[in-house]
Ligand binder design. Structure first.
Ligand code: C5P
Length: 225
C-alpha cells in the first residue's frame, strides 16, 4: 500500500484567480490557471490528507477525493476559507485580485457621450494575512506563494514577515518564465521555524530545479509530511 504520511490531517488550499465584477457581464481577472494549487490538492489527497480546495474560476476538473468549493471573488474566497477552518495545514496558492471595483454597476455599463466610466478600485481582504494572524483558529502550518517578476527572493522574504505565514513558495512569473498558465514551475522554498524567529536572517531558502507543477506539488507535500 501507498504510504499515507498526511493521514488524519486537514489541508485547506486556495487556487486559481479571482474575478472581481465591474458590472453584471464584466470582471477584472488575472492569468492564473489554478494548475499548481490543484496539483497540490491532488498530492495532499494522495498522501492521505482530508483536503478542501477553495478555487476561483478555472477550467480544471475536481481532483478525485477532494472537497472542491468554487468561488468568484476574493471576498467569497475569504468567507469559504474561514468556513472551512479548522485545518492543520493551509496553503494559499490562489492569485487573489488585490483590488476590486468599488462602484460595481448594477446594470451593464453603456457607452455614453459623457465619456468613459471611471472605475474606482478598493483593496480586497488579504486572505493569507488574515488567516496567518488568527489567534485561535490559525492553522499550525500556513504556506503562502509569492509570484514576482523581479527581486524574487527579497520580495518573498519580506512577504513572510509582513503576512505572518510560516513558509513561502516563491516563483518567477516574468513572461519569459512561461509559468503563468504553463505546466512547469521553478520555485524557491522559504521557511522559517518558530514564531519568535521573524528576522530575515533566520529564513532558510531552498532553490528547486525546474519541475512540472505536479512534481512541485509532490515535493512540497513531502516537505510538509
Ligand atoms: O501580496 P501577494 O499577492 O504577492 O501575496 C501572495 C500570497 O498571498 C499568495 O499566497 C496569495 O494566495 C495570498 N493572497 C491572499 N489574498 C490576497 C492577496 C494575496 O491570500 N488578497
Amino acid at each position: 500500500p501507498r504510504p499515507r504520511p498526511l493521514a488524519g490531517k486537514r489541508v485547506l488550499i486556495t487556487a486559481g484567480p479571482t474575478h472581481e465584477p465591474i458590472d453584471p457581464v464584466r470582471y477584472i481577472a488575472n492569468r492564473s490557471s489554478g494548475k499548481q494549487g490543484f496539483a497540490i490538492a491532488a498530492a495532499a489527497q494522495a498522501a492521505g490528507a482530508d483536503v478542501t480546495l477553495v478555487s476561483g474560476p478555472v477550467e480544471l476538473r475536481d481532483p478525485a477525493g477532494v472537497t472542491v468549493i468554487r468561488v468568484e471573488s476574493a471576498r467569497d474566497m475569504l468567507h469559504k476559507v474561514e468556513a472551512a477552518l479548522p485545518a492543520d495545514i493551509a496553503i494559499f496558492a490562489a492569485a487573489v485580485a488585490d483590488w476590486r471595483v468599488a462602484n460595481e454597476g448594477e446594470q451593464k455599463l453603456k457607452k455614453t457621450a459623457a465619456g468613459m466610466p471611471p472605475l474606482q478600485l478598493v483593496e480586497n481582504p488579504d486572505i493569507l494575512a488574515t488567516i496567518s494572524k488568527l489567534k485561535e483558529k490559525r492553522p499550525p502550518l500556513v504556506i503562502g506563494f509569492a509570484a514576482e517578476t523581479e527581486h524574487l527572493i527579497d520580495n518573498a522574504k519580506a512577504k513572510i514577515a509582513r503576512k505572518g505565514c510560516d513558509w513561502i513558495v516563491a516563483n518567477d512569473v516574468s513572461p519569459a518564465s512561461g509559468v503563468m498558465g504553463g505546466d512547469r514551475n521553478t520555485v524557491h522554498l522559504l521557511t522559517r521555524e518558530g514564531a519568535d524567529k521573524i528576522g530575515v536572517d533566520s529564513i532558510n531558502v531552498e532553490s528547486w530545479p525546474v519541475m512540472t507543477k505536479e512534481q512541485v506539488a509532490t515535493e512540497l507535500v513531502a516537505k510538509i509530511a
